[in-house]
Ligand binder design. Sequence first.
Ligand SMILES: Cc1cc2nc3c(=O)[nH]c(=O)nc-3n(C[C@H](O)[C@H](O)[C@H](O)COP(=O)(O)OP(=O)(O)OC[C@H]3O[C@@H](n4cnc5c(N)ncnc54)[C@H](O)[C@@H]3O)c2cc1C
Length: 474
Amino acid sequence: MTPTFLSDLRAALGDKAVLTDPTDCARYLTDWTGAYSGEALAVLRPDSTEAVAAAVQLCAAAGVAITPQGGNTGVAGGGVPLGPKPHVLLSLDRLKRIRKVDPVARSVTVEAGCVLQHLQEAIAPEGLIYPLMFGARGSCTIGGNLSTNAGGSNVLRFGNARALCLGIEAVMADGSIVSDLSGLRKDNTGYDLRDLMIGAEGTLGIITAACLRLFPAPVARATAFLALPDVASALIVLNRLQDASGGLVEAFEYMPAPMMRQICAHHHQRGPFAEAVETGILLELTSTRPDDAAPDAEGTPRLQALVMEVLAGLMEDGLVEDAVIAASEAQRDAFWALREGAAEAIFALNGTYMFDMSLPLAAVPEFVTETDAESRALGFEVYTVAHLGDGNLHYTLAAGAGQNWGDLPVEAQVARILDRVAALGGSFSAEHGIGQAKLPYMPKYRAEPRLATMRAIKQALDPQGLFNPGKTIP
Ligand SMILES: Cc1cc2nc3c(=O)[nH]c(=O)nc-3n(C[C@H](O)[C@H](O)[C@H](O)COP(=O)(O)OP(=O)(O)OC[C@H]3O[C@@H](n4cnc5c(N)ncnc54)[C@H](O)[C@@H]3O)c2cc1C
C-alpha cells in the first residue's frame, strides 16, 4: 500500500467520503446478524459512479481489497471485509438517486444505494410497483438486492431480483465503467454482463446503477390466513387457487405453529387464529383488473369472493380446515407484520442453526415431515417459515424445551439435513447467497467443473482478487 493512499482517496472523493474514525466506521464493519465483523483502513462513501471508479483505480494501484456494501442487511456475512489483505469498505449509501422513471416502458433507472422501500414509495404516484418484497425493505438497497439476487414473498408471481432487472451499470476491477442501462427488452449482443454481476455478491464488480422492470399497481387484493391439514394439501391448494384465478397468487407463505408462537411472543402480536395452527399459510392474490375490485351481489369485492368460493370448495374436499380473510387494509397489514417479523424473531433465539434451502416442490412435504420428526426426536425445536410456492424453506434448528444447545448433536444433524437437501435435488442456499456463512458447503455440494468455471470468471474479471476476497468462491 502506498503511504499516500488515504490522502489520495480524500483528494479524489472529498474528505467527507473517507471515514477513518473507528466510531464512524463501526456500523459498517459488523453485519446485521452481529455474527460477522471485519477491519478496514477506511470506509468510502462515494456519491457518483465516477467517484466509485476513481476509488477502485486507487485501490487497484495500491493493492487494497474492496468490500462493497449496500444496506448491510445481508445475512451471509458477505458485506463486511474478510481476510489478511488490507481492505476498504465501499458503501453505496450516498449513491441513491432515481435517475429516470419511464412510465411508458414501465421501467426505472436507479442508483445502487437507493433503499428498496424509497424506490417503491417514489414510483407509487405513477401507479407503478417494483414488486420485490421482504422484511428488510426499509434498509436494504437495490445494489445489495441484485448482488444477492434477492427473493422475498412474491417471487412466485414476479420472479427474483434477476428477473426484475433489465440492465446494470458497474465499475470493474480496473476502474472502467460498464454501462447497460438502455432498458431494452431484447439485446443479444454477446455475453450478458448483467447476469454475471447479479448474484455475484460483490466479487466481480461494483454495481452502481440498474434499470428495473415496473408493473402496474394492483387495484384488488385478497389476503388470507389458512389452517391446513398438512404441507401436501398446501401444494394442492396453491395450484387450485392459481388455476381458478388465472395465476393471480402472489404470495404463499408457510408459517407452522412453533414459528407463529415465536413471532407472536417476540413481537407481542396476536396470531390470526385463537391457537397457532400446525400448517398455517399466509396467501395473497392481487389483480390489476378493475372488475376484480368491483363488488358482487353481496357487496364483496370480486377477487375476494372468488377466493372465498375456491376456499369453500377446498374445505369440502378436506384440504382447508379454517380460513380468515383480511377484511380491511389494517388486517392485511397485521397479517403481513407477522410474516415480516419472522426473521427478527428467529435471530432473537439463542443458539440456532439456520438453513435457507430450496427444494423441488414435490419433495417438500416428505422433507418437512421426515426432518421435523427426526430433529424433534433428537431434542431440537424446528422453526420454519417458507416461501412455499417457491420451495424455499427458512428452516431453523434451535434447542427444544429443557434442552441445552451445546449438548445437542448439531453438527451431525446439520450435515444430515444438508445431505438430504442435496439428495432431493435441492440447494443449500436459496436466496441469501454464499458470503462467508455458506462457503464451506460449496466444495461438497457444487461440482468441481462449476467451481472451476466460477474461478476462471473471477480470474478474468478481477485478476488481483481485490473485490470482496474470501466470499462466495471457495
Ligand atoms: C429482516 C430481514 C429479512 C430478510 N428477508 C429476506 C428475504 O425474504 N429474501 C432475501 O432474498 N433476502 C432477505 N434478507 C437478506 C437481505 O436483506 C438481502 O440479501 C438484501 O438483498 C441485501 O441487501 P443490502 O443492500 O442490505 O446488501 P448488503 O448486506 O450490504 O450486501 C449484501 C452482499 O451484496 C454485496 N453488495 C452490496 N451492494 C453491492 C453493490 N452495489 N455492488 C456489488 N456488490 C454489492 C455485498 O458485498 C454483500 O456481499 C433479509 C434480511 C433481513 C435483515
